[in-house]
Ligand binder design. Sequence first.
Ligand code: CRA
Length: 812
Amino acid sequence: MDLRQGIGLRKLGRTTDEFQQDLLSNLYYRRGTTVESASARDAYEALSQTVRDHLAQRRARTAAAQFASNPRWVYYLSAEYLLGAQLEQNLLYSGTGEPAAEAVKALGFSLEDLEDLDVEPGLGNGGLGRLAACLVDSLATRDIPAVGYGIRYDLGIFRQIITENGQTELPDDWAFQGNPWEFPAPDDRQTVGFYGHTEPIAGSTTRKTWVPGEIVLGEPSHMLVPGYGTETVNIVRLWSAKASEASFDLSRFSAGQYAEAVQEAVRAENISKVLYPDDSTELGRELRLKQQYFLVSCSLRDIVRRFRLRNEGWDTFADKTVIQLNDTHPTIAIPELMRLLVDEYEVEWEKAWEITRSTFAYTCHTLLPEALETWPVRMFEKLLPRHLEIIYLINMLFLREVEARFPGDHDRLRRMSIIQEGPERRVRMAHLAVVGTEAVNGVAELHSKLLRETVLDDFAALWPAKFQNVTNGVSPRRFVKLANPRLSDLITEGLGDETWLRDLDRLAGLEPLADDSSFRERWQAIKRANKVDLAAGDPDSLTDVMIKRFHEYKRQQLKVLHVITLYQRIRQNPAADWVPRTVLFAGKAAPAYHAAKDIIRLIATIAARIEADPVVSPHLKVVFPSNYNVTLAERIIPAADLSEQISLAGKEASGTGNMKLALNGAVTIGTLDGANIEIRARVGEDNFFLFGMDAYEAAQARINGYHPRHFYERDEELRAALDTLTSGIFGEVGRRVAASLLDWDEYLTLADFRSYLESQEQVEKTWRDPTRWTRMSILNTAHSGFFSSDRTVADYAARIWRVAPVPVIGED
Ligand code: CRA
């Protein structure tokens, strides 16, 4: 057999018999067990491997096709990926679901049993990490040659347990039992330096030698990222920190100093130990900066290695490479690429700068000033001395450019400098990211506009063409097809085929069906069945969900005030005709964010109190399932009637949960914030419950002097709700939350309270008319096709990356 002819592999079977044979061979040869003694884990591992083999064949063909076409590659650099569970997705994408179910049954298991063993890699926090996962899904679906780079944290986002005492955090050892989806690639390991000093190079003013004081190895492994309805399988490459052999101190070990012997190795490996180490100490902050550089250094060397396989000159680097920075976390990539080009490959500075600037693009995901990263110059100097020198030079040349455009405007120079002056000088990562890239984008229209008008206004004045918007999107495969199979079947039936899964605008074809009573009834029955599955409360109650990270700007506290008001209204008038509601909260708070954890605890306290109240509990229920993650989101979203998107306008950059919920037929109650605005514009004003100030009114309210007590005094129900909290019946935590609202209320909760309540009354009025509600629900789905991450990726490809698809031909 000529192994160089094609891939040279035998075809993997798609019939049940063939799949079963492959499964058995994995069970015997890779698990070393037999049908008679196979445990559920053995079956799970063998099944995962069999499914993975199908994708691996496509992967081999993809790599060959992509290499042959010598395209411009998209490299996505992200500190976070929330990939979600892999088994169910990979069964769907490889088209092996049916034979797999049969084959597994013959082994005495069900697919569902085995899916329960499939642990999701929790390598992220919230929206930013899940967005990264949706974008890599859509990149593959759109046949775009791409690699996602990230860190393989040993411990992902903590496992959350909710009790009446609030949130407890436990370590998330997600890969404890191994991860069958991963391919280790130790041959591609990289060496990363930290600390040390720099030395001049004779005869050069710009080049330097960096002599690091610590060396750590980065070992990659990759996960397959299949496209849906196409042959392309891309990868996400995740780096683990490994100590070098030399770091083990054999002589100390022999002398019985076991802990000391491995001290250095442990320190090295701590770099990829946990996602977002506690940054309340100096050491914790340094560890975070180390993680950022670790990701960047390993990934750039890998990118350069791949580029150099072709022996092309540096002149073509930017034509073949675009590196997207997912927020500022990987921004050190800019000085790192300069360092590689100038110091290691002897490219002259101007040329290197031109290459760098045309290689990178930056996505900003926030407007909150506290989320705009800065690092102390002192810390940089110690950890990355050469990078600091490079940043200084970049900054000097940049400020010269500003000075030439705006002569004598010293205040402007101070505002725009990459270095923030003050008692402690700091490196402004967002400024570095804007200066060192070709394109900067926000993640929803309002967000991109506010970036240009506020946070980055000086930069927008200097380089208006650099600033763009790319509205976020979500994967319809994961968040409709996999999460909501019943609804997906009905949509497919309504539209005649399944092509909507790759062309989500086709959902618009459901619009006329909103007027078809039998379709509406089926739609409603599906929502109900999904609620029964979720088992969170009465399936006939209005299922009102607020699922997202806990943060004061998202205003879970506003929802709490609403719940307390309902509680009081019901108590005052128990016999009235109340709309039964199940209010579902889910989400995690950062472990050191005490105010957010207080709100969680308060919700848990209120939930228990209502549950125990025979007057209120028939009408109102509050539930708070623990450990919100992608897997739980996939269960809650299909069951939601009402989607709470109630952040203070101007604070939520985009939101993506809002899109997932609308696509699944939940109706939004929301402010004019982030992507809510675009959702409302598409689904129509009549199918969206709007309330509250807009971003300009909110900004103005602060400037005019905001006094929360003023609202407290003037609104009787608001006063009653806050007094209830202050009375202590919901514990000390209730007092603290009330005090923070009355004394400062950073996010203008009290100012939007009345308008929110009125809007909730509209919700109830509409809910009482099931025909009207179901129409709204259908129209939300029908008009949310724009929010597919396939469209997001198409936007990036056309306007920012300038890349085209590379189709992969052949079949397994
Ligand atoms: N927290 C924004 O706040 C946005 C996502 C993805 C966030 C969300 O509104 O939908 O990014 N920002 O764009 C962020 O992480 C560092 O900033 C988020 O997930």
